[in-house]
Design a protein around this ligand. Sequence first.
Ligand code: RAM
Length: 330
Amino acid sequence: MNKKLSLLAAAALALSLAQPALAADKIALVVKSLGNGFFDAAHQGALEAAKELKDVEIIYTGPAKATAEGQIEIVNSLIAQNVKAIVISANDPDALVPSLKKAMARGIKVISFDSGVKKEGRLMQLNPSNSALIGEKLVKMSEQVVGKTGEIAVLSATAQATNQNIWIAEMKKVLAQPAFAGLKLVNVVYGDDQTDKSYREAQGLFKSYPNLKAIVAPTTVGIAAAAKAVQDEKKVGQIFVTGLGLPSEMAGHVKSGAVKSFAIWNPIDLGYSSIMAASAFIKGTAKGVAGEKISLGRVGSTTLDKDLEGAMAEPFTYDAGNVDKFAKIF
Ligand code: RAM
């Protein structure tokens, strides 16, 4: 090699060393709040998707408490960090729209999952399952423990949570049917997806409604806290708890008898699917139009409806027969 050529080769080598291989696309997974086992499982699925996609880095983030204000701050800082996509489970359907619109105006692909934002604030919403089906399941599981007549109460997450509010509205539609006329929904209270507040709200229900037969908690945090309160206050057999829970957090409560059955979809798959959908938008293979089929990798695909929403899978029911097996997974 002559001197000129070797100098060129050295320069080329220096350049290649200075410029690392293509930087990974940053996808932010913004959850309702940190410290929630449901979102930890979704994060696990997100990491799995990133590994499969190879060129993706996950930024897992969320506020300490499930508030829209906390999420707005986070979204604004993610815009400044130049992330490629934001995947959010929102604490409010409306409040986040302006900051998410700002993100989209800067070219960031925004999708909501689990708890959605209004259509104008995202390219699509990935629902874990069909909302009407979830509402019906919650009522049917209550009927199983209460029987045809009795008082039930809902212990929800936050008052503005999009997903819980939709499920409660669906429950009310089912309860309005003549077949469920004997089930009386006496109150809806909010534990804000905090264990201590949910526990206190459950205790409050025991006091206010001495004839209460079931607490239905469509939140993994609320259902575990309510079941513990039932156990601690020695109300097993008198008040049953049902709703949406994680097998890993509920197995002990099924054993205590406070819970007969509960439901959930696979949160790992939900996190995985959300990142796969976000990646399709980054690559430009997904556009976000009604009727479009969005690929969710190993989970399959979902078709967007007129509101640009798609669903992942059906909820699965857990009881003494299968809870231990799934408790090892999520
Ligand atoms: C809690 C959260 C989440 C919800 C589950 C069922 O972890 O509120 O949004 O989907 O419960």
